[in-house]
Design a protein around this ligand. Structure first.
Ligand code: SF4
Length: 213
């Protein structure tokens, strides 16, 4: 079986298992999505949503965040992990958005990567979720699953992103990445994957390996 065939089988099985997938971060503007994604690093989406419910009423645009008092913003988001650094990045990011992009979140990978606090994972999520562009979002679930089912053989996010771009049609990339997250949480967790229940087991390399022992 080629990797493309393997990817297509995985996409089909996961589509059946999780037909409706979307990002669980709540947002109503591109800026809110960008900042919520930055805040979600090493933190659950649910806890970010609890914070942003009030935060996005207090600060409503890039200018508000760019001019925010650092101590006050830190207090506003202190219930989420790494809030000190995240606050600094939010202010710096919005200052750059104001200075370089007219107050609007830019829509290319190159531009997004110039924003403080924004790596490829965040940039891809914004490209796909906000701008409807092809996007491969490589997070911990994506890394684990794509290695286990044999689409890649590396833990390097950039290499996984490049490989998945070759294997998955552009219009399916973002949804499949969301489904990897759903499946990683529901069955394919790191320590004790529920392989017996998993529809991917017929072609999963990890399952083949553990059942051979
Ligand atoms: S068979 Fe097991 S290891 Fe493979 S994808 Fe399913 S849950 Fe994960």
């Amino acid at each position: 079986m080629t990797k493309k065939e393997r990817a297509a089988l995985a996409a089909e099985a996961l589509r059946e298992l999780y037909p409706d997938v979307s990002c669980s971060l709540k947002y109503s503007t591109p800026l809110e999505m960008l900042l919520a994604t930055q805040m979600s690093a090493q933190c659950t989406d649910a806890s970010v949503n609890r914070v942003t419910e009030t935060l996005f009423k207090k600060y409503t645009c890039a200018e508000d965040f760019a001019n925010a008092d650092l101590d006050e913003l830190q207090q506003d988001i202190r219930s989420i992990g790494l809030y000190r650094n995240k606050s600094k990045n939010i202010i710096a990011c919005c200052q750059r958005i104001l200075e370089c992009y007219g107050g609007q979140v830019p829509s290319t990978m190159e531009e997004l990567l110039t924003l403080p606090g924004t790596g490829r994972k965040t940039a891809n999520l914004i490209l796909g979720e906000v701008f409807g562009k092809p996007a491969v979002v490589v997070d911990t679930h994506c890394i684990r699953l794509t290695n286990r089912i044999g689409l890649v053989n590396t833990g390097v996010p950039e290499k996984i992103e490049a490989e998945l771009k070759k294997l998955i049609p552009p219009e399916e990339q973002l949804a499949l990445c969301h489904r990897f997250v759903f499946h990683g949480r529901a069955m394919c967790n790191a320590r004790s994957p529920k392989c017996g229940l998993c529809p991917l087991k017929n072609f999963c390399k990890y399952y083949k390996k553990i059942t051979k022992r």
